[in-house]
Ligand binder design. Sequence first.
Ligand code: UDP
Length: 323
Amino acid sequence: MILVVGGAGYIGSHVVKQLVETKPVVVLDNLSTGHRYAVDKRAVFVHGDLGDRATLVRMFEKYPIDAVMHFAANSLVGESVVEPMKYYKNNVAATLTLLETMMEYGVKRFIFSSTAAVYGIPNVDLITEDCPTNPINPYGRSKLMIEHMLSDFASAYDLRYVVLRYFNAAGAHESGDIGEDHHPETHLIPLILQHLLGLRDKISVFGTDYDTPDGTCIRDYIHVTDLAEAHILALHALLSDEKKTATYNLGNGLGYSVKEVIDMCERVTGKKATIEYTARRPGDPERLVASSENIARELGWQATRSLEDIIASAWRWHASKRG
Ligand code: UDP
């Protein structure tokens, strides 16, 4: 059985939906940001906190868990600057409790959701996994601390793990059942689509004076279904002992500026956006684009969905739930 911690959240729920096709799954989620409706009905659901050792012990006692996938985290950069304690507690300390319990029960296979934020402000066109890690905010630092813990646990306790560093996840499931549903929403694509649905009066573009062709920030947008497929491959590699430890970037390898994303949303929806150009958002690196060559070579993964596919799927989702 696979334990998915944070399986009611955006990325976790998409992975669970694929995973239940081939494996028994138990989800642990405290529903602080995730949604009960998002958890596929074929999975067992436990409402609880991963930082609560008694809950974890009960689960490890009750279910024959072979591997753990960990998606449960606070992930807002701005909030992490104002409330770092929350990030070190919910991300770092809670993950330590999870790992400690796993070691106690001899569960030694782990897949961890990390982030491009561990790179800080990289000075390269395509970011490879060996680029220096210099996170510039507590969120990125909390994720990097866990990466260090995993490496130490692998040496000392034979933990086997795959770290997946996500770039900009976006899009929705093809079934139309689940998609991006954050409250409050802070991400570019859902904000544009909510505006085009008439739920917001404009879209703000944060900064037009970056050193990029059109002056706006460049990001690597990756379809959440492509991300989910990478997790399934990583899990198989761990379960078959093909891999002991690995750290992979997950992106498309293509960069799109904020303006290009707005243009694509207009094209896909046939609607015109009202754009407000504002100052830079503090802490935004000007360009973050992944090289995903390592996971392509080692696990045969490739992103197959384009920015247009991402936006079309997100549009179907937001239009159906009107938000
Ligand atoms: N962005 C923007 N307006 C918004 C939200 C985001 O211009 O209302 C920009 C943001 O500055 C960044 C890009 O869109 O350059 C992607 O931001 P998002 O918050 O979606 O993801 P991040 O890259 O911060 O993880």
